[in-house]
Design a protein around this ligand. Structure first.
Ligand code: GDP
Ligand code: IMO
Ligand code: MG
Length: 442
């Protein structure tokens, strides 16, 4: 059974969590394969809101197996807090979740490094605006292969000894990057005690997820891959250096999960009907004005993880066409369409002007993107509330024209439209060649 993948095509927060939750019913496994607790995926169902960070958004369906693979960087207290929060709300989290023993572990030194590096970068105007969850430093140690720990290492002899050795090096490194008097002093013995305790609690969940997923492929199981962040934050192909530290485009699915690309055929590119970005870096279609504020107010555009106000702007079709191609997207989901409902006119960036030249391709260097002036195509608004609609055919003609326009520019069919946060506020295009979940009327 070919796998399904859910990939954000912008700078994250495209409402991937909603789509994953929605499609979970038609799958046996939901897989998180990159990123870490920098992700914040929201699921709204039955009047309840769940914010998931490391745990796959399939967790709300007790029949599904949720898998966190070796491509993820795991902060043990974060995931334990998340597990406890879900258990307290009577959500099942036990043998329905498996975490890879290959997942790299975030330690307090990663969090300190992220905080101190960002603080230094702010003072010279180069801050990435990270979520300060230790993501970059942990992936850096992973790739560096020195001073790194995988989850399985917590249960091996010699763990305490290695922590003592690494803590000495990390303390001396943190001294060099901290402002005078602000150097944190990490206590190795406390870290050993804390992480041994976390290990004990996490042990029942830990396993070899690569083997598990390859067996699931052989057993013809239906898998749903849940991307974190958005493709424009991909470390290799995004707006470097204003990116995250993993392959957050569709290209990261195989390496992060261990499931080869030939297995998945349906790749859903999730886009907001407009644009948002959290943190630093160029955003050509940003509207730092009343329109941006209108989108922020109606879309409740405040970070799920950090509560930072999200930067808002028009839909950038040059960027999204690039990431749709990069991610091998076969079908599109257009989210938060309702947020545009009051606007008389809606702009979509269909080309850039860079140094006086019109270009329709996404620049490889961030300086060129910073210089890019958007060339807009104007769509007529629909100016009516659409948040109560449940049938595609009932969408106003201008809303349908907007969706169709995005699909045409991106070169892929739009098969899902979302008009509100709830599961029920979703529609599937008539004739879409796959089964919508039972509670969504097409
Ligand atoms: P993710 O990180 O891609 O899963 O997205 P986030 O959860 O960070 O942000 C998406 C936000 O939009 C969440 O607050 C969702 O509840 C909300 N949302 C999802 N779909 C819609 C929609 O169609 N309309 C509106 N107004 N909100 C939506
Ligand atoms: P979800 O999965 C939006 C952004 C940060 C920062 C940059 C690097 O909810 O879509 P990091 O902490 O990863 O080193 O920060 O990436 N970022 C996200 N923005 N949604 C996310 O995840 C993000 N995860 C990271 O704001 O600009
Ligand atoms: Mg999010």
């Amino acid at each position: 059974m070919p796998g399904t993948c859910v990939i954000g095509l912008q700078w994250g927060d495209e409402a991937k969590g909603k789509i994953v939750d929605l499609l979970t019913e038609n799958h046996d496994l939901v897989v998180r394969y990159q990123g870490g607790a920098n992700a914040g995926h929201t699921v709204v169902t039955g009047g309840q809101t769940y914010k998931l960070s490391l745990i796959p958004s399939g967790i709300l369906n007790p029949k599904v197996r949720n898998v966190i693979t070796g491509g993820v960087v795991l902060n043990p207290p974060s995931i334990l807090g998340e597990i406890d929060g879900l258990l307290a709300r009577d959500v099942r989290v036990d043998r329905n979740m498996v975490i890879s023993d290959r997942a790299h572990v975030i330690f307090p030194w990663h969090l300190e490094e992220d905080r101190l590096t960002e603080a230094r970068a702010v003072s010279c105007g180069e801050a990435i605006g990270t979520t300060q969850r230790g993501i970059g430093p942990c992936y850096r140690d992973k790739v560096g292969r020195v001073n790194a720990f995988r989850l399985g290492d917590l249960f091996r002899p010699g763990f305490a000894e290695r922590v003592r050795k690494v803590a000495v090096e990390k303390n001396s490194f943190l001294q060099t990057i901290a402002p005078a008097g602000d150097a944190p002093k990490l206590d190795a013995e406390k870290i050993i005690a804390d992480y041994s305790g976390y290990g004990e609690r996490l042990k029942p969940f830990v396993g070899d997820t690569t083997a598990l997923l390859l067996d699931a492929v052989d057993a013809d199981k239906r898998m749903l891959f849940e991307g974190a962040q958005g493709a424009l934050l991909d470390v290799d192909h995004g707006t470097y250096p204003y990116v995250t530290s993993s392959n957050s485009s569709g290209l990261g699915i195989a390496s992060g999960s261990g499931v080869p690309g030939s297995f998945y055929k349906r790749i859903i590119g999730v886009v907001k009907a407009y644009g948002t970005r959290v943190g630093g870096g160029p955003f050509p279609t940003e509207q730092d004005n009343d329109i941006g504020q209108h989108l922020r107010d109606l879309g409740n555009e405040y970070g799920t993880v950090t509560r930072r106000p999200r930067r808002c702007g028009w839909f950038d079709a040059v960027a999204a066409r690039y990431t749709a191609r990069l991610s091998g997207v076969t079908t599109l989901a257009v989210m938060l369409l309702d947020v545009l409902s009051e606007l008389k006119e809606i702009q979509v960036c269909t080309a850039y002007e860079i140094n006086g030249k019109r270009v329709e391709t996404f620049p490889s260097h961030v300086d060129d993107l910073r210089d890019a002036k958007p060339v807009y195509t104007t769509f007529a608004g629909w100016q009516q509330d659409i948040s109560n609609l449940t049938r595609w055919d009932d969408l106003p003609a201008n809303a349908k024209a907007y969706i169709a326009g995005l699909g045409k520019i991106l070169g892929r069919p739009v098969e899902i439209a979302s008009v509100g946060p709830d599961r029920a506020q979703t529609m599937f295009a008539p004739g879409a060649n796959w089964a919508p979940p039972t509670f969504v009327k097409s």
